[in-house]
Write a protein that binds this ligand. Sequence first.
Ligand SMILES: *Cc1c(COP(=O)(O)O)cnc(C)c1O
Length: 219
Amino acid sequence: MIDLAKYNALVNELGNKAILVAVSKTKPLEDIKALYDLGQRDFGENYVQELVDKASQLPADIRWHFIGHLQSNKVKYIAPFVHLIHGVDSFKLLKEIDKQAAKNERVIDCLLQIHIAQEETKFGLDETELASLLMDPSFVGLTHVRIRGLMGMASFSESQELVRSEFKTLKSLFEKYGKERGWSILSMGMSADYEMAMEEGSSLVRIGSLLFGARDKKA
Ligand SMILES: *Cc1c(COP(=O)(O)O)cnc(C)c1O
């Protein structure tokens, strides 16, 4: 069950400081529709097949954010309609997105994912990899992708200090590499840590369980 009062409170709290992406993975169409009817348009999904299925059955003006780990061979399925791909973590993937975007005669907005957490299981680039991707000589040839900023996931930790320092790291990379490039999106913060993420300069929060209730284990 989704909590409409919580949604309204969250929208008020975010104001115009951060974009709210409602993370609807594993949740049914009715839940998405309920938020849509309240005016929510940005939704996030982690699995390609699930996203494609949902998008085909829901209003066309939804802005779909792909926030999961994207495999190159699956880019083609979401390239026709995806609004923003958050988890780009290799030049190979970026090239494939560029290729599929060109086929669809569009430019796809992307965020580069930075590994800020301590857990090895979270994906993303370190600073050296970020710099070398941005300096890659063939980067300028990718005319059908546009890097809009960075995305990161903090450690799943009780330590507020640790989480805050990870957000600070991400924010400083965003400033360092993004100023001259005109980046505008810093995607950081989830249900458990979005308030701190906003204090540290997030401009987009990805919120699932707080809105839609807890998920089954899988996700
Ligand atoms: C699932 C997920 C979220 C939402 O997590 P909640 O804790 O339910 O808010 C945000 N970002 C990413 C990348 C996710 O995979």
